[in-house]
Design a protein. Structure first.
Length: 328
């Protein structure tokens, strides 16, 4: 090979290398809007946080962050949208711990962490067991509620944000340990579920403090217990379910995923920007005001997200299989 030809080959190789997704990502990302998919209906807790985070990220990265609700099938519709997207960092999924149980729920072939790129945790929270105002007049405490349900199997309807969603998993564990029979009614997201509760289509549900607190203040619902390790500072008079004698304490975590194959440089960039946004005083105070726990930026790693997904997959995927739960 002549020196001239060799130089030509090297120059061509350099051009090709400069146009690989990895190189382009490092040089230009982001140069257009970024989508954040959520697997629940608009108006729910995940949607609210996605928009708060998206606003701060827009300021930081200089590109619009667009939040899109893709509810249905316990989260599988949003996951399928993510998997169809280019692995370039422009489509992300803000989802919850129940993502880890989707393969067991719907007999899906993908693995909840290995077939995606965990980016960063966003927040964690417990669920509150609440009753609508009509039901709360009859049951002032968790023990009174349990006594009624045990004596009247099938007489109480309970709502969730969808089959296989986080509320559903919490409710399943509650029902299993309490040994009670209640009728599950799934909805397409937290917003519709809360509307159904207030309208007495369902009598109780599990929901985040984000949505519960305003309804409690309005007198539309009353908390019976909280599914956490300890009482919440936002609801200090509400006992834990464990105080009522049932070992139900689930810490749900919402986290960001990207398609498998997303360049490492883009992954690192997104992790840094999300952690930085969550470290902002105004953002942190707003999320903590909802009763959420926000991760410390230095500890918010992709490896930590993967560990959470794998642990939840092992524990609650087994619960879904044991109870024979299937996607709608």
């Amino acid at each position: 090979m002549t020196a001239k030809l060799l130089l030509g080959v090297l120059a061509a190789a350099a051009v090709i290398a400069a146009h690989t997704p990895e190189a382009l990502a490092q040089a230009k990302f982001p140069n257009r809007p970024i989508r954040i998919l959520i697997p629940f209906a608009a108006g729910g807790g995940t949607d609210v946080v996605a928009r708060i985070l998206g606003q701060k990220l827009t300021e930081q990265v200089g590109q619009p962050i667009i939040v899109e609700a893709k509810p249905g099938a316990g989260g599988a519709i949003a996951v399928n949208e993510l998997m169809r997207s280019e692995p370039d960092g422009y489509t992300l999924l803000l989802t919850t711990s129940s993502h880890a149980t989707l393969p067991a729920l719907s007999k899906l072939s993908w693995h909840p962490s290995n077939d995606f790129v965990p980016i960063a945790a966003v927040y964690s929270y417990p669920f509150v067991l609440i009753a609508n105002s009509a039901t709360a007049q009859r049951f002032k405490t968790l023990s009174e509620f349990l006594a009624y349900v045990r004596a009247n199997p099938g007489k109480i309807n309970w709502g969730s944000s969808g089959t296989g969603g986080p509320q559903h998993l919490t409710g399943l564990q509650f029902i299993k340990l309490a040994k009670v029979d209640m009728v599950h009614v799934p909805y397409r997201g937290n917003g519709p579920m809360m509307q159904a509760l207030v309208a007495n289509e369902v009598q109780v549900t599990f929901d985040t403090q984000t949505l519960v607190l305003p309804q409690v203040e309005a007198g539309k619902v009353a908390p019976l217990a909280i599914a956490s390790e300890k009482r919440s500072s936002k609801m200090p008079n509400v006992p834990t379910i464990r105080e009522g004698g049932l070992d139900v304490a689930i810490q749900i975590t919402n986290f960001m995923l990207a398609p498998k194959g997303t360049p490492a440089a883009v992954q690192a960039y997104l992790n840094k920007e999300i952690a930085t946004a969550l470290g902002d005083k105004a953002v942190r105070e707003r999320l903590e005001g909802f009763g959420h726990t926000v991760p410390v930026p230095a500890e918010n790693t992709a490896a930590g997200v993967k560990q959470h997904i794998d642990g939840f997959h092992a524990t609650y995927g087994t619960l879904v299989t044991e109870m024979g739960i299937k996607a709608d």
